[in-house]
Design a protein around this ligand. Structure first.
Ligand code: XLS
Ligand code: NI
Ligand code: NI
Length: 439
């Protein structure tokens, strides 16, 4: 049975179309920088937001009915209705991947053995749908933050019993990810952090998180998981101080504990801004360390200081992000819309319109990145900016062969060094505007 009867498959109609149910910029087969748009942009649907979030906030209950025809939420009938709805939704939009938490797929039972049985049952059904549609799994993860048992953390908990539950959930989520052929496996540590140092042994907790991740790598590899593990950094919310604050912090953690060969990062736009960074900063820091794996494509709100998970609409940000992704040679993962419609956008139509917005925004970002690269002025400016290091002495410094004595001698010979050339930020911003909006 179709869950979205009134909504057709979404075609590409181009920038002049006024049909709300059409892409204006996402033209999947268009060749951009030598590759199809769809290859540059492996989009994914997040199971939790798209099929789960009903608009509930701290002050009010659901505004949108996401039972998808099931009698009651939180039943296996509902879990199956979500599968039907999800695959129909992705098919109509041409979305090729999905991402999930264990508890997005099935309602958690009182006993973990029953939860796991439900996961087996639902993943059989999903596999069938995947075969019928060609839709694939981008990544899986375990929700180790909602259940009260995780109030002091999962890997960072003070309770051995809770630690065992975290281990069991990771093991099962890995089983399901491998069964569904997932490209990656994510750790997002919402409760892996602390509220106050008065009651927290930070070193003990971080060591224990690393131990759990090593167990995950060992188990994953033993069952044939060949993809990347990802850490998804976030500075705060729900914990006051989260251990995976930002990309640089997570990379340091991975290297310190010898996890850097198996892990990359999943960078979420809204988490970057919560950390006081731009999205493109987090992408660049990940990329230059060989750790840019996947992206949670959403957007924060300049006036709201939490993870509002809006669908991306800001074309400048998407443009700068796509420049980083292209420069990185693409992603091993994809672009997961970790995003939900606003509470008052409470119709099934809105779900589609939100994805059209997000996909078109990233398509525009890609097209703009292509224009900026082809224009060449930004790259040229940067090359020129560092050109003094192409001198003989500059090359000696870069190759690591210079020493302080000879450099001091040179300084003394010069007597004084002038301020280097202008950074020309305003000029470069104007160049970007001209490239984006000039005819
Ligand atoms: C929460 C995170 C979460 C992860 C997956 O802020 O973005 O949704 O992506 O656990
Ligand atoms: Ni996320
Ligand atoms: Ni988030």
């Amino acid at each position: 049975m179709d869950k979205f009867n009134s909504i057709p498959a979404i075609p590409f109609e181009g920038p002049n179309s006024k049909n709300p149910f059409a892409f204006k910029f996402y033209d999947k087969d268009r060749i951009v920088l030598g590759k199809k748009m769809s290859e540059h942009l492996p989009f994914a649907m997040s199971w939790w937001h798209n099929l789960g979030a009903g608009g509930t906030d701290m002050f009010g209950r659901d505004t949108i009915d996401k039972r998808f025809g099931a009698k009651e939420k939180g039943t296996m009938e509902h879990a199956k209705a979500k599968v039907d709805a999800g695959f129909e939704f992705m098919k109509k939009l041409g979305i090729e991947y999905f991402c999930f938490h264990d508890v997005d797929l099935v309602p958690e039972a009182a006993d973990i053995k029953e939860t796991n049985r439900r996961l087996d049952e639902i993943s059989d059904y999903m596999l069938l749908k995947m075969k019928q549609t060609g839709i694939k799994c981008l990544w899986g993860t375990a929700n180790m933050f909602s259940n009260p048992r995780f109030m002091n953390g999962a890997g960072s908990t003070n309770s051995v019993d809770v630690y065992c539950f975290a281990a069991a959930q990771i093991k099962k989520a890995l089983d399901i990810t491998v069964k569904l052929g997932g490209r990656g496996y994510v750790f997002w540590g919402g409760r892996e952090g602390y509220e106050t140092l008065l009651n927290t042994d930070v070193k003990f907790e971080i060591d224990n998180i690393a131990r759990l991740m090593h167990m995950a790598v060992d188990y994953g590899r033993s069952i044939g998981f060949k993809g990347d593990f990802y850490i998804e950094p976030k500075p705060k919310e729900p914990s006051k101080h989260q251990y995976d604050f930002d990309a640089a912090t997570a990379i340091n953690f991975l290297r310190t504990y010898g996890l850097d060969k198996d892990f990359k990062l999943n960078i979420e736009a809204n988490h970057a801004t919560l950390a006081g960074h731009t999205f493109e900063h987090e992408l660049r820091i990940s990329a230059i360390n060989g750790m840019l794996g996947s992206i949670d494509a959403n957007e924060g709100d300049p006036q709201l200081g939490w993870d509002v998970d809006r669908f991306p609409a800001d074309v400048y940000t998407a443009t700068y992000a796509m420049l980083e992704v292209v420069e990185n040679g693409g992603l091993t993962g994809g672009f997961n819309f970790d995003a939900k419609t606003r509470r008052p956008s409470n119709t099934y139509e809105d779900m589609f319109l939100a994805f059209i917005l997000g996909m078109d925004t990233y398509a525009l970002g890609l097209l703009n990145a292509e224009k900026i690269i082809q224009d060449g002025r930004l790259a040229e400016f940067k090359k020129e900016k560092y050109s003094s290091f192409e001198s003989e002495l500059g090359k000696k410094i870069v190759s690591g062969k210079a020493n302080l004595v000879e450099l001091s001698k040179r300084a003394e010979e010069l007597g004084d060094a002038k301020a280097p050339g202008s950074g020309s930020q305003e000029y470069l911003e104007a160049v970007v505007n001209q490239i984006l909006f000039g005819k």
